[in-house]
Write a protein that binds this ligand. Structure first.
Ligand code: NAP
Length: 320
C-alpha cells in the first residue's frame, strides 16, 4: 500500500496494448508494469506491493514471490496455473485467484475448429485457392468427423463442453478423468486405451509433474495412422520429439496444436510438416471472453483486498 491506494505489480507485458485487463487495473490501485521497471525502481516499489497479476502463460516462481514481502494477492489471468508456485503461495498464506469457467466455451470452440481444420485441411484449402491452383488441380480429400469417435482426455470444465459440441456433430464420445463422472459417455481407464479407441484425441488436462509427457510415443502409436491429435491444454502434456517423429513417419494422421512446449518458440520441424495445424495459444482469445476474464480478475482482487471470500480461488489456496 502506498499513499492509501493498493499497489499492483503487473507481470503481463505492457507491449500487449490490446490486453483488456490493462486499462481496468488502475480502477483498483496504482499499477506498475514489471517489464518497464529498472532494478532500482523495482527494489523501491517491491516492499509496498499488495497484488501481483500474472497470466497462465507466465511464470510466478518462488524467486518472484520473494521480491514482495507484503504481498497479499496473486491473480492469474487464465485458468491454468502451472507456471505459478501454488505450494509456495499457499505456504505463505496468500490469496490466489484464477479465471475458470468463463473461458470454457471459447477454448472448446477452438478445439472443434482445430479438429475441423486438421481433418478437412482448411489452412491448406485456403492456401490452395490463394495460390490460384484451383482451376488446374484437385484438392485432396479430407476425413469426416461426423459419426466418428472423439476421445476427450480430461473431462473437466472445458472437456465437457468439447464433448457436448462433439455430440452435435454426432460423434461418439469417450473420455478419461481422475474420477468417474455422471455422464452418458464411455470412460477409459487411461489415455492410451482412449487413444486406441478414438479417431480424434483432444487433450484438456492441466500440466502438472504427473501429466508431463502423458502423450508419449506409446499413446501416439495407439492413436494410429488414421488418428488425429488436438492439444488445447499445455505443450508439456505432449512429448514433442515423439510427436514430430510420429508426424514425420505418418504414424498418426495429423495434429492440431494451440500450445507448445517451448512457446512462443515453435520447433522448426512443425513448420515444415503438412499434417499439422498450428495456432499461437488462442484458446480464450476472443474480445468477449478476455473481457469476462478481466472482470473476474478485477472482482477477485477487489474482494481479496476487502477481506471477503474470492469467487474463484486456485485449488489448494485459501478462499478468504
Ligand atoms: P479442469 O476443470 O480442472 O479439468 C481438468 C480435467 O483433467 C479433469 O477431468 C481432471 O479429472 C483431469 N485431470 C487432472 N489431473 C489429471 C491427471 N493427473 N491425469 C488425468 N487426468 C487428469 O480444468 P479446465 O478448466 O477444463 O482446464 C483444463 C486445462 O486447459 C487448463 O489447466 C489449461 O492448462 C488448459 N487451457 C488452455 C487454454 C488455451 O488457451 N489453449 C485455455 C484455457 C485452459 P477430474 O475431473 O476427475 O479431477
Amino acid at each position: 500500500m502506498l499513499e492509501g491506494r493498493p499497489l499492483i505489480m503487473n507481470l503481463i507485458a505492457s507491449r500487449i496494448t490490446t490486453h483488456p485487463l490493462l486499462p481496468r487495473l488502475p480502477e483498483i490501485g496504482r499499477v506498475f508494469q514489471r517489464d518497464e521497471l529498472t532494478p532500482e525502481a523495482l527494489a523501491d516499489i517491491a516492499p509496498h506491493v499488495d497484488v501481483l497479476v500474472g497470466a497462465s502463460n507466465l511464470k510466478v516462481p518462488k524467486a518472484e514471490l520473494d521480491l514482495y514481502p507484503n504481498l497479499r494477492i496473486v491473480a492469474d489471468f487464465g485458468v491454468g496455473y502451472d507456471g505459478f508456485d501454488v505450494e509456495e503461495i499457499a505456504r505463505r498464506n496468500l490469496l490466489c485467484a484464477h479465471t475458470p469457467d468463463v473461458l470454457s466455451e471459447d477454448v472448446a470452440d477452438l478445439a472443434v475448429g482445430l479438429m475441423l481444420s486438421i481433418t478437412r485441411r482448411l489452412p491448406q484449402a485456403d492456401a490452395f485457392v490463394r495460390a490460384g491452383r484451383w482451376p488446374k488441380e484437385n484438392f485432396p480429400l479430407g476425413r469426416r468427423i461426423a459419426r466418428r469417435r472423439i476421445g476427450v482426455a480430461g473431462l473437466g470444465r472445458i472437456g465437457r463442453v468439447v464433448a457436448q459440441r462433439a455430440e452435435a456433430f454426432r460423434m461418439e464420445v469417450g473420455y478419461t478423468s481422475q474420477h468417474p463422472k455422471d455422464v452418458p459417455w464411455r470412460r477409459f481407464e487411461d489415455v492410451k486405451s482412449l487413444a486406441a479407441w478414438a479417431d480424434v484425441l483432444v487433450v484438456v488436462i492441466p500440466a502438472t509433474p504427473e501429466t508431463h509427457h502423458l502423450i508419449n510415443a506409446e499413446v501416439l502409436d495407439a492413436l494410429g495412422p488414421e488418428g488425429y491429435l488436438v492439444n488445447i491444454a499445455r505443450g508439456a502434456l505432449v512429448d514433442t520429439a515423439a510427436l514430430i517423429r510420429a508426424l514425420e513417419e505418418k504414424r498418426i494422421a495429423g495434429a492440431a496444436l494451440d500450445v507448445f512446449e517451448h512457446e512462443p518458440e515453435v520447433e522448426a520441424e512443425f513448420r515444415k510438416l503438412e499434417n499439422v495445424v498450428l495456432a499461437p495459444h488462442i484458446g480464450s482469445a476472443t474480445v468477449e471472453t478476455r473481457c469476462a476474464m478481466a472482470d473476474l480478475v478485477c472482482e477477485n482482487i477487489r474482494l481479496g483486498l476487502a477481506g471477503k471470500p474470492l469467487l474463484t480461488p486456485v485449488p489448494g489456496t485459501r478462499r478468504a
